[in-house]
Design a protein around this ligand. Sequence first.
Ligand SMILES: *Cc1c(COP(=O)(O)O)cnc(C)c1O
Length: 226
Amino acid sequence: MIDTAQLEKNLELLEGRIARACARAGRPEHDVQLIAVSKLHPPELLRRAYDCGIRHFGENYAQELRDKQAALADLPGIRWHAIGPVQTKNAKYLAKAAHVFHALEKLEVAEELSKRRTGEPLDCFIEVNVAKEASKAGIDHGEVAAFVEKVRALPHLRVTGLMTMPPLTGNPEESRLPFRALHALARRLELPQLSMGSTHDFEVAIEEGATLVRVGTALFGERPAH
Ligand SMILES: *Cc1c(COP(=O)(O)O)cnc(C)c1O
């Protein structure tokens, strides 16, 4: 686990890169929200990040998110982003603990989340498979509009945007066209938010319109094994 000095340094470097990407794109910095992807890291590291000013945390696994939320319940103002797909049987944990869900792709999960949610509606991003990979998560481009309509009919969810995760190729430029396609689709559907970009391609994502970037490794270093 990295120490506070290293974390502060990583955060400063990351914020600088985000600011420069915003400047290149002619966008104000406050357009882009950094989500610190903390999956598999211990709660003590999240506490350190909180002390550095981070409030938005991204977690992939429903039970892990639930446990960390409980462990850090004494810290006011945290926003929990569930960024990985969830099985229907585990949706209840997200309904209770998450503020935002980035990986909605199944109607059954949407229905379960809506059924279990109390209080504020859960903000949801529809995960889109823009690169059309058979193995990857997300809904096909052409099916997103119909899916959004169905989710909009559910009372305790709010569709706020689209999300995608292009294949990791080692070359961030290869994410540009998928990001651009996601932006065009969001515009067509009048969805204001775009969750796209991780450590290897967040700068390209910002240039292509990301409003939330999900960055783990550049901030916290390598993750412990699952
Ligand atoms: C793990 C993960 C990230 C962060 O990846 P890094 O390469 O560590 O920045 C972003 N988005 C999703 C959906 C993830 O699962």
